[in-house]
Design a protein around this ligand. Structure first.
Ligand code: ADP
Length: 741
């Protein structure tokens, strides 16, 4: 526990308000009194909390802060201050840019700048291990508005950030690989994603069908190292039968991970002195080689290594790279399948076309069509049986295609277009339908008139089927890749959802624990503080009574300040006590008549109502399930505020209830000063006030008590208002039936 820390000394008070000095001194005493409680409370909190003074020194730190900032204990952290962090860690921002000590949020806040919450990444200089922390810094100001302290809160977010990084890496890789046209450059881009996010070096090798494997990408943080690696590979090519490394993984299809590469390993692997010195120069620290496996075959490897960053690759990183490798392998496999299909198609086309092509000629002037015997075979008629007229030519044409064939011929002959090119269907004598493609060229006679149309006709039925097959293959592969991506995506989502849920549950548990702690603390502190405060208050009151007018004017004023300070503090402590009692001292919820709580509230407010000339209209209120005295307190706070925050007019307050199912909504409506919409939420938080104490007295606890009471009753509370016109506070409760008399 951090008891060694001195209590923060309060800032010097401006001389113009000597009376506040007394109150400040009292506060310091009270703080000292409460110090063990503060320490005990913050020791329970899992977030790191530090208090930093104007000279940047730390005057309070809890154990969690010491752990997160790399100190052995809060005492060490307080002694050495924030440099201890920079001694041990390289501090980076979320994007991985190094941060200087002056950029730490606490220092910025003390220097008068406001900083948004930020994520810091701490990289251990010795081990390269990293952790992330979300940091927020808030200023504490003195009466003159000067920043005197910064409160820093550090929350460990390593797991969340890791998951986020991992997901975004996989998503980016998935994107890259699914749009792959040029496989090798895509694989290089994928390798580039890993450096420097995960490692300092990454290489992709692809297995050849017959040739040995080939490196298709090699990415390194430091180009000099890249050159070194290339020299090494050239002078000492890896043995294809090696027991470890890329070739081994290529053969076995099993991943390899070496988390810590020791010098002894280098010595064992080196073939001679020079090899050893090159290996040492490369300075690898951690390495893994992961196979690109698809459909039971190893298509290549993905190798990653760390060196200068000192990071250590472990099981987590292995899982991530394996996941990435699975996607890359799928892309490689698809690309290969596609290329194979294309090659096969080309081969088949050549073979087929040779046998399924026939020449024809149309003598336009003689109105005769000649077909080569191959063409008669294509049309399924016996050799020499083609009649030769234009009608004969059209006779087996598919009726749906006839028009567009004739249009093309027409264009060539009438408009003297040089080329005729059409695809159409023919119906063979046995009823089968075939696709043919005709190419023709026009020749003119010596007068420039169309004389002949000569060309070839090819049966393209198989080619079209093959093309359709290839298209289907591509579609199927795309669908397969898509399904795989969707499956992975769902799995990732599920995993991160589970993690988030677990984290949420843990946070909720921590929160309820620290809420309970806080409540307990508030109770004990305010209870314990009552006694010394009562003493202070009665003595200053005594002072005031006995010496008023007997000392000089200044003394009278000081005494007035002291009395005022003590009275305010008493009000604060009473309210705090009431606040902490809502959760701890509540009674069981039973059917109660809300009207009785209302009467109690009004009788407590009797004096204030009378003085202000308020008119209170209470409509019939139902029976509800509740704690009668807490409901009275709730109504008293709301009606009390309606009186306190009145405008020029005498207060006019209406309390009503509407029922819907088993819920009743109670409304307390006033014609007071109203509230701007941006404060609707904030006013329900503890100590939040919209006015100075001179304008309207109060502690800022009333509405938070209301909220706590309503929530304890399972309801909710909210406000609507028109500034200058009035406000309506509404809350819900569960209805109950009145017991039969
Ligand atoms: P306190 O009354 O002690 O200031 P509360 O928690 O009861 O504390 O209220 C918080 C703030 O909400 C008040 O300071 C005031 O600015 C605003 N407020 C509460 N009730 C009303 C109201 N009926 N009309 C206008 N402002 C209100």
């Amino acid at each position: 526990m951090s008891t060694a820390a001195p209590p923060p000394s309060l800032p010097p008070l401006p001389a113009a308000h000597p009376g506040e000095g007394l109150a400040a001194e009292m506060l310091a005493r009270l703080f000292e009194h409460a110090r063990p409680l503060v320490d005990a409370l913050f020791a329970q909190v899992t977030d790191g909390v530090t208090l930093q003074a104007q000279d940047f020194s730390l005057c309070f730190a809890n154990p969690a802060a010491a752990r997160i900032l790399g100190a052995a204990s809060p005492e060490e952290l307080l002694r050495k201050g924030s440099p201890v962090v920079f001694e041990r860690y390289e501090v980076l921002d979320a994007a991985g840019r190094p941060l200087s000590i002056g950029q730490m949020p606490g220092r910025q806040v003390i220097s008068g700048r406001s900083v948004p919450e930020m994520v810091l990444r701490f990289r251990d200089k010795r081990t390269g291990a990293e952790h992330w922390s979300r940091v927020s810094a808030a200023p504490v100001r003195d009466a003159g508005g000067q920043v005197v302290y910064a409160v820093n809160v550090f929350r460990e977010v390593t797991e969340v950030m890791r998951t986020q990084e991992r997901l975004s890496l996989l998503a980016e890789a998935g994107e890259l690989l699914s749009t792959s046209l040029d496989l090798e450059s895509t694989l290089a881009a994928t390798a580039r994603l890993l450096v420097p996010r995960l490692a300092d070096w990454c290489a992709v090798h692809l297995a050849g069908d017959t040739t040995p494997s080939r490196q298709v990408a090699s990415i390194h943080m430091d180009p000099a190292k890249l050159e070194l690696a290339r020299r090494l590979a050239e002078r000492y090519p890896t043995d294809s039968q090696a027991k470890r490394g890329i070739n081994h993984v290529m053969r076995t299809g099993l991943p390899e991970l070496t988390s810590d590469i020791t010098d002894a390993m280098l010595v064992a692997a080196a073939r001679d002195e020079e090899h050893l010195s090159l290996l040492r120069e490369l300075g690898l620290r951690s390495m893994m080689v992961v196979p690109l496996n698809a459909r039971g075959r190893t298509l290549g490897t993905l190798a990653v290594a760390t060196a200068e960053s000192l990071r250590r690759l472990g099981q987590d990183e292995l899982r991530l790279v394996e996941e990435l490798a699975r996607r890359a392998a799928l892309a490689v496999d698809n690309a290969r399948l596609y290329a194979e299909a294309k090659r096969a198609q080309a081969r088949q086309e050549v073979a087929l076309e040779a046998g399924r092509m026939g020449a024809w000629e149309w003598d336009i002037q003689a109105q005769r069509v000649n077909w080569a015997p191959a063409l008669e075979r294509i049309h399924g008629i016996p050799e020499g049986s083609f009649g030769g007229s234009f009608e004969d030519y059209q006779s087996d044409m598919h009726p749906e295609d006839r028009e567009h064939v004739l249009t093309s011929i027409q264009r060539v002959v009438a408009e003297l277009q040089p080329e005729h090119h059409v695809q159409y269907r023919i119906i063979l004598p046995d009823g089968r339908v075939r696709w043919v493609e005709a190419h023709g060229r026009l020749t003119l006679d010596e007068h420039g008139r169309p004389s002949r149309l000569t060309g070839v006709c090819t049966d393209i039925t198989e080619r079209l089927a093959l093309e359709e097959d290839a298209r289907r293959l591509v579609r199927e592969q795309a669908a397969r890749a898509e399904a795989e991506r969707a499956r992975q995506h769902t799995a990732e989502l599920l995993a991160s959802l589970e993690k988030a849920q677990a984290e949420l549950a843990q946070r909720a548990q921590e929160l309820s624990r620290s809420n309970a702690d806080l409540e307990q603390f508030a109770y004990v502190a305010s209870h314990d503080l009552q006694e010394p405060l009562r003493m202070v208050a009665s003595y200053v009151q005594l002072l005031s009574r006995r010496y008023k007018g007997k000392l000089d004017a200044d003394a009278d004023e000081f005494i007035r300040y002291a009395v005022d300070g003590a009275t305010r503090m008493q009000a604060l402590i009473n309210d705090l006590l009431a606040f902490s009692r809502v959760g701890t001292r509540g009674k069981e919820l039973v059917p109660v008549p809300l009207e009785r709580s209302m009467e109690r509230a009004l009788s407590h407010l009797h004096l204030a109502l009378k003085e202000s000339g308020a008119e209170v209209k209470v409509e019939p209120l139902p029976w509800v399930k509740g704690d009668e005295s807490q409901l009275a307190q709730l109504l008293q706070n709301l009606v009390g505020n309606a009186v306190k925050f009145r405008g020029e007019r005498p207060p006019c307050i209406r309390v009503s209830a509407t029922r819907e199912g088993d819920t009743v909504t109670v409304a307390v409506e006033d014609n007071g000063i109203g509230i701007e919409p941006q404060y609707y939420e904030r006013i329900f938080a503890i100590f939040q006030r919209l006015h100075g104490k001179e304008e309207y007295p109060g502690t800022g606890i009333g509405l938070s008590i209301c909220k706590k009471i309503v929530e304890r009753h399972g309801g909710r509370i909210w406000v609507e208002s028109t500034p200058g016109q009035g406000s309506t506070f509404r809350f819900t409760l569960g209805t109950a039936t009145a017991p039969q008399a």
